[in-house]
Design a protein around this ligand. Sequence first.
Ligand code: FAD
Length: 364
Amino acid sequence: MNGYRFCFREEAGVQKPAYSPASAVILKLVERINVVGAGLIGLGSAWRLAQKGAEVTVFDARDAGCEASWTAAGMLAPGGEFFEPSELATLGMRSLAMYPDFVRELEEDSGVTIDYSRSGAIEVAYSDAEAAALETRAAAQKLCGIPSEACKHDSRPARFFPEDAHVDPRDLTRALRVACQRRGVNLLENEPITKISADGRVWTANGVNAGSVTLVAAGAWSSALLTDLPGPRPEVIPVRGHLISWPLRAGLLGPILRHGSTYMVQRRSGVLLAGTTREYVGFDRTLDETALAEIQARAEELLPLLAGQAPTERWNGFRPFVEGELPWISQLGRSCVWAAYGHYRNGILLAPETIQRVAGYLLA
Ligand SMILES: Cc1cc2nc3c(=O)[nH]c(=O)nc-3n(C[C@H](O)[C@H](O)[C@H](O)COP(=O)(O)OP(=O)(O)OC[C@H]3O[C@@H](n4cnc5c(N)ncnc54)[C@H](O)[C@@H]3O)c2cc1C
């Protein structure tokens, strides 16, 4: 291993000062890391940790990358997300700047081509009041380092955000899967973790897996896995979102197109996606016909050539929301368990920054 980090192994439920000679604390070197969750955050972290020499096992309850990281539109779009300076905006901008190198390195390590485009984004105003609000917002966004310029879209007032970009998140998880396997990561799919103990052990229906450290990166499912662990942590709430898509002529849409909560992004293949909704319905996977019809109507208003064309794909997924919308990347008390979850609407954008931070913490 290139780097080692000390963590403390404590007897579960026993309150002892960490540095007291009387405490039953055992110092242990990090050499085997369990990662719970093979979404973009878990797989990305596993890849980085394995690159740095750690021995990593990743567990997923289903197939790798099939939850929020499969659902997402993949917009890397501070211009549509951050309206004033904040810690989240700073993280988002930092992660956006890391994307070109992140994609290049991952393509090299995996041999998988990733659909990534620094396309920019156009945000349209439908009224004078909306245009004025967009101008005011743009002035505040300038303070976060988010540039934009006034433009027109179909004779409507609009703003162009040149630095917004997009990526196909399914390409990212496909590439990470290969890169992880090439780096010797042990990926165990359809192997749900049922329990995690403070000493880093994880349980599945097939038994116990020891680990000197466990990283929980189970997106909207993370809270339920942390119940037996010490220390404060934010509760994660699933926020469902629907998306629809049409196979269209490639190159039809250049920049991302947005109006309010409606957005459109086109993949290199021609597939054009539109979203979205924000629904508080727990983990209900039922497709909501009303929500889908509403997205379609909004999409047709923004891009009239879609009128009358039924989408060929419709799906939904669960954003991991935490209060304050700032992802939680931290150790659970003084246990051997860390967590990285709560990326809510921006987990694809925040992935490079998150996985770099996780590797720094676990292998410091
Ligand atoms: C509709 C929608 C649109 C979005 N659009 C964007 C966008 O344009 N840009 C952007 O940046 N972000 C977007 N997001 C947000 C982004 O998708 C998420 O923030 C990100 O994917 C979270 O990644 P994750 O790895 O934490 O979670 P996930 O991808 O959900 O991965 C969590 C993994 O944990 C596994 N798991 C759960 N329980 C267990 C268990 N007990 N044992 C083992 N494994 C378990 C799951 O099976 C899953 O594979 C969108 C999200 C949605 C829903």
